[in-house]
Ligand binder design. Structure first.
Ligand code: AMP
Length: 193
């Protein structure tokens, strides 16, 4: 009998993304992006998120946490719902830069399933954000102040929200956004992840 390296042992559990039960179109995107294995935060967070549980996660920058929360929320969009019920995910981030960066990543992961992602942040035209929101949006990536602005003007429709993500929550609290976050969470359905 020849000896084989342990990594080829067929008793080893499947470790790739395929074992995570994601929409096959998302798996195809990950393959196209060259992602071979989930990172530790992805491996730990994706299964409970897909199961609908609330998750509190801590991981250093650059360890793949954006995909860890983005893939599960992209897995269950409501793309065919009427515009007012279509938005299923709200991602809150502390800064405009992070809003752009996260929106870009969510767009990249979600375009194969037709996901519409809109970043809304302060310092940019309210009018053009309103136009984008009116066309129908699946995932909103927002800074807290601008999110509240849109909520008060009723230019975002949060009745269909299933998931709220607080990205860099510690940073948002350090920046004094606690009250804004409370107000935003209160404007979303009680039953949510
Ligand atoms: P993030 O921490 O979410 O900003 O991700 C950091 C970088 O890692 C980004 O450029 C991602 O495209 C990349 N990335 C995320 N997950 C994986 C993965 N499983 N395999 C390879 N690269 C990844």
């Amino acid at each position: 009998m020849s000896s084989r390296p342990a990594s080829n042992d067929n008793t080893e559990p499947t470790t790739g993304f395929a074992s995570l039960d994601l929409d096959p179109r998302l798996l195809a995107v990950l393959t196209a992006l060259g992602y071979e294995e989930p990172t530790p935060i992805q491996r730990a967070a994706i299964p409970p998120l897909l199961a609908g549980r609330d998750v509190l996660a801590q991981a250093a920058t650059g360890t793949g946490k954006t995909a860890a929360f983005a893939l599960p929320l992209l897995h269950r969009l409501r793309i065919d719902a009427p515009p007012r019920e279509r938005t299923t995910a709200l991602v809150l981030v502390p800064t405009r830069e992070l809003a752009m960066q996260v929106a870009e990543a969510v767009y990249r992961y979600g375009k194969a399933i037709g996901a519409v992602t809109v970043p809304i942040y302060g310092g940019a035209s309210m009018e053009s954000q309103i136009r984008s929101l009116k066309r129908g949006v699946d995932v909103i990536i927002a800074t807290p102040g601008r999110a509240l602005d849109h909520i008060r003007r009723k230019t975002v429709h949060l009745a269909g929200i299933r998931t709220v993500v607080l990205d860099e929550a510690d940073e948002m609290l350090d920046m004094g956004f606690a009250e804004d976050l409370e107000a935003i969470l209160a404007a979303t359905p009680t039953e949510k992840q």
